[in-house]
Write a protein that binds this ligand. Structure first.
Ligand SMILES: CC(C)(COP(=O)(O)OP(=O)(O)OC[C@H]1O[C@@H](n2cnc3c(N)ncnc32)[C@H](O)[C@@H]1OP(=O)(O)O)[C@@H](O)C(=O)NCCC(=O)NCCS
Length: 215
């Protein structure tokens, strides 16, 4: 499902069953030693999917460490992104000759309740949501959230810039996403806006992905 969100060549792995923290390497386990079981489980699922994905690129035995801002520290020449939500974990990776950075996000459909709209959407986005039938609005509000999270994860390793949900606006067109800046963003110095992504509504999930062209 996640591989189809990218126009460049990516390797994607998904897990829908729990994966225990006993699968973590020692260098990874230290990040969740004091975490509650749910967090340790989702972290382990992400690392397990990443290990499988990296193996497809002939990279074995690579401990996927955590950066100062929670970002995964991929091997030299590789970029990638991790997401987890209830009952699902997904990872995408690519060579940096294919993409400068990737961002992926998955959410449960309807996860963003109407009372959260003002926290995650701009006034024009809220106006758009208000024109939609209730079930569609619930999906699209979740998609706006997911698109912004995926975009954030994609741009952060390149810029190290923190973004608020009001800093970008998302437009949605049958399967395609477009992110436009609502204020000057560091990413504009690296690659021109708007930034294109893709999404899918599959079963109980909303998934969104962004990939930036290689530098
Ligand atoms: C980082 C963030 C996007 C992750 O969201 P989340 O709700 O925890 O959701 P997910 O499960 O989908 O993603 C978690 C994964 O994101 C990755 N991640 C975390 N911080 C990251 C960062 N700074 N850059 C890139 N990836 C990051 C990690 O791999 C993490 O999984 P792991 O800790 O198991 O390795 C979110 O916590 C956050 O801080 N957002 C900042 C505000 C924001 O999104 N603004 C959007 C405005 S455009």
């Amino acid at each position: 499902m996640l591989g189809g969100l990218f126009s460049c060549r990516v390797i994607a792995f998904e897990a829908r069953e729990p994966i225990g923290p006993e699968t973590l390497r020692a260098e990874e386990a230290r990040y969740v030693r004091r975490a509650v079981a749910k967090r340790a489980g989702e972290f382990a699922a992400g690392r397990a999917c990443a290990r499988r994905a990296l193996a497809e690129l002939a990279i074995a035995d690579f401990p996927l460490r955590v950066g100062a801002d929670r970002e995964p520290l991929w091997p030299e020449g590789i970029t990638g992104s991790i997401t987890h939500t209830a009952g699902f974990c997904g990872v995408v990776v690519a060579r940096t000759t294919e993409a400068a950075s990737l961002g992926v996000d998955a959410e449960r459909r309807g996860a963003v309740h109407r009372r959260l709209w003002r926290q995650i959407a701009t006034p024009p986005e809220i106006q758009w949501l208000g024109t939609l039938p209730a079930a569609r609005a619930a999906d699209m509000a979740t998609l706006l959230f997911s698109a912004k999270e995926a975009f954030f994860k994609c741009q952060f390793p390149l810029t190290r810039e923190w973004l608020n949900f009001s800093d970008v606006s998302v437009s949605v067109e049958s399967g395609a996403l477009r992110i436009a800046p609502a204020r000057p963003l560091a990413l504009q110095a690296l690659t021109p806006a708007p930034w294109a992504g893709r999404y899918a509504l599959r079963g109980a999930l909303v998934v969104a992905g962004f990939g930036l062209p290689p530098r």
